[in-house]
Structure formats: C-alpha cells, structure tokens
Design a protein around this ligand. Structure first.
Ligand code: FEO
Length: 183
C-alpha cells in the first residue's frame, strides 16, 4: 500500500520546519549567488594557474570551485525544504588580476573574507528574524569559513616564503595537486 501523505503535501511538496521569512529567503538567494560567483572566481584562478604551468595548484582551485557549488546547493536545499523558492541572481565576471601564485591565493583569501562577512550578516538577520531553524546551517557555514580562511591563509604564507624559488613552487604544486587527485 502506498503511504498517504495527505492532499496538501502531495500538491505542494513536503516542507519541514517553520517557513523562511521573505527577507531571509531573499538574503539566502543572494548568498546562493555569491557562492556560485565564488565557484566562478576559483575556476578563473584555476585557469590562471594552468597558464603558469602549475597543474597541481590549478587542480586545487578547481576542487575549491566544486566545493562552492556544494555550498550553493546546501543553501538551496535548505530553502526548498522550507517552502522558499531560491532565485539565482546575476553574477559578475570574475575580475582577478593574477600574475603569480601569491596573487591567486591573495585573491582567494580576499574572496573568502567577503563570503565570511556575508555569512555573519545572514546570521545576524536570522537572529533578528527569530529564525531558529536556520541556525544549525549557519553555524556549519561559520565553521566552514573559519577553516577555509585558515587553509587559504596558510598556503598564502607558504607561497610568500617560497618566493621565487622554483623548486619550492614545484613541490607545492605536487602537494596541492594530490588534493584534486585524491578527491
Ligand atoms: Fe563557500 Fe569558500 O566559501
């Protein structure tokens, strides 16, 4: 016998928890667009590394782009689970001015810092809207941003230490390349 979900659920789809307020739904959609924009920035950074003949670092940025898509999906799933309708907004072309590996990771860090602030802003809005149900998701993102900024910041420090040492750069390329080949 097939389960009976009730007429309303069959017509509208099941939604869990309290509904997102209009303000929050709009802010979540903006965040979805920002995560997708981050994916595009990372893809462009991957291209820049390919241009510099550093396939390992390029692969690392490509894997990072994939993570950003997962982030966007997380927000969209949370929205649809709560009867909100995610709308992907217009995305700016990536404006990365990269002549070196250090430039690429500095651009990455700057973008992550921007995303972190956007997540904090979402958290503040969720608090003022009294939206308890989005708190676990936003806590996950706060942790994720701390980790992403720390990872990128550490790589940037190492790139600066390496400077113009070609063999150091090739070692880093091999090390970061193992992320994309193992994931
Ligand atoms: Fe989804 Fe790297 O921020």
């Amino acid at each position: 016998m097939s389960p009976n979900f009730g007429d309303k659920a069959l017509v509208q789809g099941y939604s869990g928890g309290m509904e997102l307020t209009g303000k929050l739904a709009e802010a979540f959609s903006t965040q979805v667009t920002l995560e997708l924009t981050a994916a595009t920035v990372y893809r462009q950074l991957a291209v820049e590394m390919d241009v510099l003949s550093l396939p390992g670092i390029a692969g690392w940025f490509r894997a990072q782009a994939g993570e950003e898509i997962v982030h966007a999906e997380k927000f969209m799933t949370h929205m649809t689970d709560r009867s909100a309708h995610p709308k992907i907004g217009e995305q700016p072309a990536p404006t990365v001015n990269v002549n070196s590996v250090a430039d690429a990771f500095a651009a990455s860090l700057a973008h992550e810092q921007k995303v972190s602030e956007a997540i904090r802003e979402l958290y503040r809005l969720a608090q003022t809207e009294g939206d308890i149900d989005s708190m676990p998701l936003l806590h996950w993102f706060i942790d994720e941003q701390v980790e992403e900024e720390a990872t990128v910041g550490e790589i940037l420090d190492r790139v600066r230490m390496i400077g113009n040492d070609g063999s150091g750069l090739l070692r880093l390329d091999a090390e970061l390349g193992s992320r994309s080949s193992s994931s």
